[in-house]
Design a protein around this ligand. Structure first.
Ligand code: P71
Length: 456
C-alpha cells in the first residue's frame, strides 16, 4: 500500500500552527509532510498481519484470535495471565488502580508521561531512579536506561513507612532518550526487589528494540537470539504492561501480563467494568490477531537491524553536522538536545517547543517536545516551578514507513534550522490543563522585547 504525502506551503503551515496555538498535536495530520510525532500506532502492518485481520473472529466471548494472542504473549513474555486492553495507558490504569493506594511510592527508571500520570492519579508518588549517566545527554554509556540499584536500595530502606507495591523498569527508557536497559542491570534490580519482597513489573512497550540493543551492546549476548534475550529478561520480572502500538506493530492494542493470579483476577474484574470482556479487552478480534502476529514479527532480526540502523543513520547525519543530539542514539527516535540547540532560550520559555514549532513551520516536519512543556511542575511545598533536567525534542521514527530519502530530508532540514537557530524565540503558555497539559496546551511566541525581559 502506498500513501501520498502532501506538501503544504509555508504560508499555510504558518497559519495552521498559529491556529493550533503553537501546539503540534492540534495540526491536522493531512497538513504534515513528514510525521515524526510518535512511533506509537503509526507503524505499517505486514502482509501477514493484514491477512490475519481477515480471519478475525468477532465472537463476544472466546474468540479464536484471543487464544492466538494469549499463546503469543505466553511464549514471548512467559507470564501466565494475559489481559488484553485497547492501549498501554489502560493497562497502566488497571494495574495501578488495583495495586496502589494513596501515599504509595512507585520507582521506575523514568516514568513515561502517561505512567507518571496514572500513578499520581491514585495519589501515589512516581519516583525516577535512572543512573546519573541517563540524565546527561552527552556522556556515552551503552545502557543509559539502567535503573540505579543503589538508589533503589536507598529508597526501599529510607521509605520504611511508605508502601512500595511494585518496581517498574521501562524498556527502552522513552523519556530518557529511548535508551536501553542491560540484562545485567535487570538482574541487579531483581536482586534488590527480591531482598525487599517487591514485585518487578516491566513497561514493555519497546522490548524488542531493547533486546536488540542488548544483543549488539552487552558482552555475552552476541550469539543469543533476540527472542531468547527477551525470555531471559522477562523471566527476571513478575509481569508487564505493554502498549502494543510500539513493538506490537499494530495501530491499536495493549495488555497486562502477570504471574500473580490474585492481581490478575482483580484486574480482570475491573476490566469487565470499564474496558470489555476478558477475551477482547476493548479490541476487535481482528486487532488481537494483528497483535499476535506483530509480537512475533518484531523479533525478526533482519527487521530489527534495519530498524535500529535507520534511526542510527539519522543520528549520524545530524551529528556529523554538529547538531546537538542525545548520545548514543537509542531505539526508536533521535532526540535533539534543545538546551544546547537553543542556549539563548531559557527553560521557562519552552526551548524544546520553540524547536518543534519551527521544524513544522519551516519544513513541514512534526516532532514532539519531551521537556518543560511535558514535565515541568510546581513543587507543592515551595510553590516554585521544577524543570526537568532534560529538555529534548524527539524525532520518533514510525516502523516500516519511511525511506532513507525521507530521513535525508529530515536531517537536511534540522541542519538548516540549526544554522538559523538564533532567529528562534521563546514561548509562553496561554492555556494549560491540570494534567498531561502538553496534549492540549496553547502557547504564544514572545516578542523580542518580552524574550529579553523574561530572560533577565
Ligand atoms: C509515545 C507514546 C504515545 C504518546 C504519548 C504522548 C505524546 C505522544 C504520543 C506511550 C507510552 C510509552 C511508554 C514507555 C506507556 C505508554 C502509553 N508513548 N509507556 O512515546 O512510551 O501507551 O499510548 O498505548 O497508551 O509517543 P499508550
Amino acid at each position: 500500500m502506498v500513501e501520498p504525502l502532501r506538501r503544504v506551503s509555508r504560508e499555510e503551515r504558518e497559519r495552521l500552527i498559529r491556529e493550533a496555538g503553537l501546539n503540534i498535536f492540534a495540526v491536522p495530520a493531512d497538513s504534515i509532510f513528514i510525521d515524526l510525532l510518535t512511533d506509537s500506532g503509526t507503524s505499517a502492518m505486514s502482509d501477514d498481519q493484514w491477512a490475519g485481520l481477515m480471519v478475525g473472529d468477532e465472537s463476544y466471548a472466546g474468540s479464536r484470535n484471543f487464544f492466538h494472542f494469549q499463546l503469543a504473549v505466553r511464549e514471548i513474555f512467559g507470564y501466565q495471565h494475559v489481559i488484553p486492553t485497547h492501549q498501554g495507558r489502560m493497562a497502566e490504569n488497571l494495574l495501578f488502580s488495583t495495586v496502589l493506594k494513596a501515599g504509595d511510592v512507585v520507582p521506575n527508571n523514568i516514568h513515561f508521561d502517561t505512567t507518571r500520570a496514572n500513578v499520581e492519579h491514585q495519589g501515589a508518588e512516581a519516583v525516577d531512579l535512572v543512573i546519573d549517566e541517563g540524565l546527561d545527554p552527552v556522556v556515552e554509556h551503552p545502557f543509559k536506561g539502567n535503573l540505579d540499584p543503589a538508589k533503589l536500595e536507598r529508597l526501599l530502606r529510607e521509605r520504611g513507612g511508605q508502601r512500595v507495591p511494585l518496581v517498574m523498569i521501562t524498556v527502552t527508557n522513552n523519556s530518557g532518550g529511548g535508551q536501553p536497559v542491560s540484562i545485567a542491570n535487570v538482574r541487579a534490580v531483581r536482586e534488590v526487589c527480591r531482598r525487599h519482597g517487591v514485585p518487578l513489573i516491566f513497561d514493555a512497550c519497546r522490548f524488542a528494540e531493547n533486546c536488540w540493543l542488548v544483543k549488539t551492546r552487552e558482552p555475552g549476548f552476541e550469539r543469543r537470539s533476540v527472542a531468547e534475550i527477551a525470555r531471559e529478561m522477562f523471566a527476571l520480572g513478575d509481569g508487564c504492561t505493554m502498549s502494543a502500538k510500539k513493538d506490537g506493530l499494530v495501530n491499536i492494542g495493549g495488555f497486562v501480563a502477570l504471574n500473580n493470579g490474585e492481581w490478575a483476577e482483580r484486574i480482570t474484574n475491573l476490566l469487565i467494568l470499564i474496558e470489555g470482556f476478558p477475551t477482547y479487552g476493548g479490541l476487535a478480534g481482528r486487532d488481537l490477531e494483528g497483535m499476535a502476529r506483530g509480537l512475533h514479527e518484531v523479533l525478526n532480526e533482519d527487521y530489527l537491524e534495519f530498524r535500529i540502523g535507520q534511526v542510527a543513520h539519522l543520528g549520524e547525519m545530524l551529528e556529523l553536522a554538529g547538531v546537538p543530539i542525545v548520545k548514543p542514539v537509542g531505539g526508536h527516535a533521535v532526540y535533539l538536545d534543545a538546551k544546547r540547540f537553543l542556549p539563548h532560550i531559557p527553560q521557562a520559555q519552552f526551548p524544546g517547543q520553540a524547536l518543534v514549532v519551527a521544524l513544522y513551520r519551516e519544513f513541514g516536519i512534526r516532532s514532539v517536545e519531551v521537556g518543560s512543556l511535558m514535565f515541568a511542575h510546581r513543587d507543592p511545598q515551595s510553590g516554585e516551578t521544577v524543570y526537568p533536567r532534560l529538555e529534548l525534542v524527539r524525532l520518533a521514527i514510525p516502523r516500516r514507513v519511511y525511506t532513507t530519502e525521507h530521513m535525508r530530508y529530515v536531517a537536511e532540514s534540522v541542519i538548516q534550522l540549526y544554522r538559523d537557530r538564533e532567529r528562534l524565540r521563546g514561548l509562553r503558555l496561554t492555556y494549560e490543563a491540570p494534567v498531561l497539559r502538553h496534549f492540549t496546551a496553547r502557547l504564544a511566541e514572545l516578542s523580542a522585547a518580552e524574550a529579553a525581559g523574561a530572560a533577565r
